[in-house]
Design a protein. Sequence first.
Length: 72
Amino acid sequence: MPVQVTKNQKETSQNLAHRFTKTVRQSGVMLEIRKGRFFSRAKSALVKKRSAIRKILRREEKVKADKMSKPK
């Protein structure tokens, strides 16, 4: 998706730059680049399983700690 803008006769460089930024905005090139900026791969099944186990263990530890704490 290359964007190409040629200078017209009697066109100032400012107008050319404005027209270029406008065509880039309309072409959607910047949107595609920004989408890929924060792309993260999907987690594997093993990683999901391990994180779920860790979450369960942390929850159990918290419940146990609450039971063992001093009454308020």
